[in-house]
Design a protein around this ligand. Structure first.
Ligand code: SF4
Ligand code: SF4
Length: 88
């Protein structure tokens, strides 16, 4: 799991964000991007029970609506009425 997938991650730009708990700057990917022990899954498509069949780029299928459609794992789901936490 990565910081960017954590509910405590606050996005700053396309490379980095801030941890709301530690106030540290954390990278989206690469070195130092792995989550810490305080990780809690954020409501993103990749953490939703309706997300399936992701490819190596994290692009998968949303099965939460009447018509299936593609989505990507890091897509924010704060406003999705069909979000169902898959874990956490
Ligand atoms: S709680 Fe841990 S995993 Fe979550 S954003 Fe902060 S440092 Fe990253
Ligand atoms: S139901 Fe919503 S949160 Fe879940 S995968 Fe589909 S679009 Fe994403």
């Amino acid at each position: 799991m990565k910081h960017v997938e954590c509910i405590n991650y606050i996005n700053l730009d396309c490379e980095k964000g801030m941890c709301a708990l530690s106030k540290q700057i954390v990278p989206i990917d690469g070195n130092g991007s792995d989550a810490c022990g305080h990780f809690q899954p954020a409501p993103v498509c990749g953490n939703c029970a309706c997300f399936a069949d992701a490819d190596k780029h994290g692009i998968g299928t949303c099965k939460g609506f009447e018509k299936e459609n593609w989505t990507y794992a890091k897509c924010g789901a704060f406003c999705c009425e069909h979000y169902k936490a898959a874990r956490g």
